[in-house]
Design a protein around this ligand. Structure first.
Ligand code: HSE
Length: 421
């Protein structure tokens, strides 16, 4: 086999950058043997000299700035590990315009700037590789792009954020409240000191945007995705859900219905028997439905130095082997996406009520009046009512809830949780 050489620059040597370096160093021979490419780290951009030493990287490889990397003819592929939109976006656009291919795990930057990156790639001739941006080490991007060609993807459901899955699993298994579980997650390094991006669902929304765009081959922008985080999840609802046979997860959901896309991120109940209900702790999974293959599920680690480094290295090898890079020019190639704002679902509703008799009947009446069909009704305590609806449009159930809240005897709707089948 003729061995092709490829030079890589690593921008940032944090957790994943370091893991990537380690894999490239330790598996160089194996990759050469198996894939016919000799991948060599020829440049790094890292201010922390201790980190460079700790990884055993030759100080001569440390670049003085991005322009030195862009102008280095030995660099074919630039892998970025900064996170956040800037300076990652500017650096990667420069790299693409200079004809390099780029590899990134940066879901925020990629989901928000994909079109611009695509333009720059087209101009420079390099490729865009982003396997590590969604579900970490689990090869979901290439599975959608390279193994689902026989399918129209009908729906996608994913547990794509490990931090929130860790917190919800702990709340469910131990009955502890959200604040206690978040603190524990922070202590163990699963959650950041500022957990906003994870717990408010932004991270899952970026990933949903990338995955749904690929699945439906139309751009699904971040701002078209409905988003709710887990901050307001009450452990009481997890317990009541359990009694009904449901498990609570933060889900990234998208569906193609009648040619329209609905995309959302929010806590959702799944039947205990659904394969995603078994995904515990910081693990991730993606469940896809294709019209030929039917249901498929991918499971594994969504974060971490070596799991994410595994996806990055796979992209580097893939980029190095390509003669012609794949383009995702949804704006010009596909029909523009149409979106459904008013999606349908089954709902779990918990009402705080005054402990007088007849309130259950009155709330059920408000539901009936609005054609919200009820699947189960539970009086959990004197002042707590739980309703489970059949599938209904969000606008309809919201109207019924609004009317129920006006009833004497009803204090408020304390929880609205969608149920996915
Ligand atoms: N904060 C992310 C998570 C890291 O918890 O899943 C991986 O994208």
């Amino acid at each position: 086999m003729q061995i092709k050489k490829a030079g890589v620059a690593l921008l940032g040597l944090g957790v994943v950058g370091g893991g990537t370096y380690q894999i490239l160093r330790d598996k160089r021979e194996m990759i050469m043997r198996n894939d016919g490419v000799d991948i060599q780290v020829v440049s790094v951009l890292e201010r922390n000299a201790d980190r460079v030493r700790e990884l055993g990287i030759d100080g001569a490889l440390v670049a003085g700035g991005i322009d030195e990397i862009i102008n280095n003819p030995k660099v074919d592929i630039v892998a970025e590990f900064f996170g956040g939109v800037e300076p990652a976006k500017t650096f990667l656009i420069k790299a693409l315009l200079a004809g390099k291919s780029i590899v990134t795990a940066n879901k925020e930057m990629f989901s928000k700037c994909w079109s611009e990156l695509e333009q720059a790639a087209k101009q420079g001739g390099g490729g865009l590789y982003f396997e590590a941006s969604c579900v970490g080490g689990v090869p979901v991007i290439r599975a959608i792009t390279d193994s689902m060609q026989a399918n129209r993807v009908l729906s996608l459901k994913g547990i794509v954020n490990g931090t929130t899955n860790y917190i919800l699993t702990k709340m469910s298994d131990e009955g502890a409240d959200y604040a206690t579980c978040l603190k524990e997650a922070q202590k163990l390094g699963y959650a950041e000191a500022d957990p906003t991006a994870d717990v408010e669902g932004y991270d899952a929304t970026y990933k949903n945007s990338i995955l749904s765009s690929l699945a439906y081959r139309r751009r699904v922008p971040v701002d078209r995705i409905y988003r709710e985080g887990i901050k307001d999840v009450d452990v009481k609802d997890i317990a009541y859900g359990k009694e009904l046979g449901y498990t609570l997860k933060l889900l990234a959901v998208s569906k193609l219905r009648d040619g329209k896309i609905e995309a959302r991120v929010h806590p959702a109940f799944l039947p205990d028997s659904h394969p995603l209900s078994f995904v515990k702790g910081s693990f991730n999974a993606l469940f896809l439905q294709g019209d030929s293959v039917d249901d498929v599920m991918f499971y594994g680690r969504g974060a971490g130095a070596l799991p994410t480094g595994s996806a990055i290295v796979s992209d580097i090898v893939f980029a190095a082997r390509q003669c012609e890079h794949r383009r995702f020019d949804f704006e010009t190639d596909g029909e523009p996406a149409e979106f459904t704002e008013d999606f349908s679902s089954e709902y779990y509703l918990r009402f705080d009520v005054k402990s007088d008799c007849g309130t259950l009947e009155k709330v059920a009446g408000a539901m009936r009046k609005n054609n919200v069909s009820l699947k189960s009704v539970l009086q959990k305590s004197e002042d707590t009512l739980v309703f489970v609806t059949h599938e209904v449009k969000e606008s309809v159930v919201r109207k019924a809830i609004g009317e129920a809240e006006q009833l004497s005897g009803v204090d408020r709707v304390a929880a609205i949780i969608r149920i996915e089948e």
